[in-house]
Design a protein around this ligand. Sequence first.
Ligand code: SF4
Ligand code: SF4
Length: 280
Amino acid sequence: MENKKNVTLNKKPKVKWRKWIQLFFFLLIAAIAINKSLVENGGGITWFSSASLHAICPFGGVETIYNLLTVGTYIQKVHVSALILLGLVTFLAIVLGPVFCGWICPLGTIQEWVSKIGKKIFKKKYNQFIPSKVDKPLRWLRVVFLVWVIFVTAKSGTLMFQNADPFYALFNFWTGEVAPMALAILGATLVGSLFISRPWCKYLCPYGAVLGFFNKLKFIKPSRNSSTCISCKKCDQVCPMNIEVSTAKSVRDLSCISCFECTSDNACPVPETVTITWRS
Ligand code: SF4
Ligand code: SF4
């Protein structure tokens, strides 16, 4: 197919690697959470990991750093594995940006699954309900929430965030241990995903706020070649975080989750127009 700039558009079918990787991590973490419950009740698979969610969540590492530096101990329920994962995710974020959010985090994945229903209902209106004037200041809420979480965790020495954590609620709602506020936030996140893409990630996730800063440092970023761009705005439409890729030279927005859906290997129809490039 030819277009007005006489470029040949992409026709080859896309391999959705990201979707498969997201599914893998979602099932893995669900299996670990379910197995832990079964082991506690005398069942489960004993050779399979029965680690708690806190032990396999890198945000536990963020929460415990203050205690570790000041008192020399981990906060309740968090141990060294969370710090190791925090190191790995941080390394990935320095190189690629917040790939943890875009490719691994099961809470991001389930929001994307729900968004498919929203897209069917609202079509092009999906993810366009919040005006930019309101959306932009709201994005800073997650930084405020991050500061609050670190403050209350350091002050109390316990995982206070668990009481509001939709990730913990998602993989523990059957245990009776989840605080009503966490269940309510999980419910609001899933209902909100019917209208806007990744509402938790955009406005409240404290770990997303941490990883978002790495967008300013990352070595690998999506870049747009303006000489071949046909201004079709498909990159903007597909971006779950409402980033205007179609006018950017390269993407360093704090909200980018490094999903790479905007690239010419995915949404952009013109080959070699949105590409993944190394920082010079
Ligand atoms: S700018 Fe591209 S890589 Fe970043 S979140 Fe949007 S679609 Fe994903
Ligand atoms: S960069 Fe965006 S606007 Fe330009 S051709 Fe690709 S999808 Fe269309």
